[in-house]
Design a protein around this ligand. Structure first.
Ligand SMILES: NC(=O)c1ccc[n+]([C@@H]2O[C@H](COP(=O)([O-])OP(=O)(O)OC[C@H]3O[C@@H](n4cnc5c(N)ncnc54)[C@H](OP(=O)(O)O)[C@@H]3O)[C@@H](O)[C@H]2O)c1
Length: 311
């Protein structure tokens, strides 16, 4: 019950004459409150409109700048390095599915080893086409069982990862740092190729000083892998995308919406474009440096270079 109002139910005053008259001071207070509320609402509406307008202008300028940007990676002038045999880890996930799709479409890739816990329709159709060999593997801290599959690989595309939501640092570190570290260690012991590349999907906005655990762990992963391969026949390449749009076959409406929002301002890549950029970097193995890092824009540029070279 509101303080100051009579306790009797409102229906009792259906006859206005019977209602107790409100004093003039009370009506003034009511009118004053009403005006204040209206003014606050209209002020808030105006502030919101201004903010929205500023955001739209900022978004529009960014999108325009991106549309006008005609920078391109120079065409490859020498014969591409071999991409004959590759191995993909994480192909049952968003990024990995796109990488597998890109590799399946590339005629220069003859053999794709997919190391996975879970088999997907794309893996099955790749197997049926005779290009993919799927190996079910459960322990990502021991790769002895898949040594034959990876010994012949010219490149390994690594897309294993988890969201940091509700995950403790130890688990996140095991999956993003210990899994690939152990793999690279064992791969180098069995590889029969003179030069190999390891492609690791990291993330944008990472920093050692970040308050975000995942951002620090991704830096630790990059540093660990870099140090591990230094001076060896292995080059490690890091990919730091913003949003990754799933393949057409896997995307649900929400993901399409997110991609549609982020892509025009250069804050999204398609999963397939990551695969194309990885294939392009592998083909350019002779000219890349150990520790090369591609952000969203670089991924788009190398994906574009791949398209121009192969079409
Ligand atoms: N999605 C994005 O927008 C985005 C943006 C920037 C960076 N990234 C990074 O890209 C990487 C891949 O992300 P994603 O979006 O493709 O992830 P995702 O869709 O969740 O796929 C993750 C992959 O990792 C595998 N995996 C997860 N935990 C595993 C474990 N304990 N043992 C073995 N395999 C495991 C999954 O296999 P199962 O299918 O068997 O679970 C799956 O193949 C992550 O490092 C992520 O941080 C993603």
């Amino acid at each position: 019950m509101l303080v100051g109002l009579p306790a009797t139910p409102p229906t009792q005053y259906a006859n206005k004459a019977a209602a107790p008259a409100a004093g003039p001071s009370r009506r003034l207070v009511d009118i004053g409150c009403y005006d204040l509320r209206t003014m606050t609402r209209s002020l808030l509406r105006r502030v919101l409109l201004i903010l929205l307008g500023l955001f739209a202008a900022f978004y529009g300028v960014l999108a325009l700048l991106l549309a006008l940007d005609d920078e391109a990676i120079e065409a490859l002038r020498v014969a591409p390095a071999p991409t004959d045999t590759i191995a993909i880890f994480g192909a049952s996930g968003t990024a990995g599915d796109g990488i597998l799709k890109a590799a399946l479409a590339d005629p220069r890739v003859r053999r794709i080893h997919v190391i996975t816990r879970r088999v997907t329709p794309r893996m099955e159709s790749g197997e049926a086409a005779g290009k993919v060999q799927v190996t079910r593997h459960m322990d990502y801290l021991d790769y002895a069982a898949i040594r034959e599959q990876v010994a012949e690989a010219d490149a390994v595309f690594w897309a294993i990862g988890i969201s940091s939501r509700g995950v403790d640092e130890e688990t996140y570190g095991r999956i993003h740092v210990d899994f690939p570290r152990q793999f690279v260690t064992q791969w180098l012991q069995v590889s029969r190729k003179p030069a190999v590349t390891f492609h690791y999907i990291s993330s944008s906005d990472i920093s050692e000083d970040s308050r975000m655990m995942w951002a620090r762990e991704k830096v630790r992963a990059e540093k660990t892998l870099f140090a591990l391969a230094e001076g060896s026949s292995l080059n490690v390449v890091f990919y730091r995308p913003d949003y990754i749009g799933p393949t057409r076959e896997e995307a649900h409406p929400g993901q399409r919406l997110l991609y549609g929002f982020f892509a025009p301002v250069g804050a999204a890549v398609k999963a397939v474009q990551i695969g194309q950029a990885m294939l392009e970097m592998t083909a350019r193995a002779d000219s890349i440096s150990h520790g090369d890092t591609l952000d969203t824009r670089d991924i788009l540029l190398y994906s574009d270079a791949y398209e121009r070279r192969t079409n």
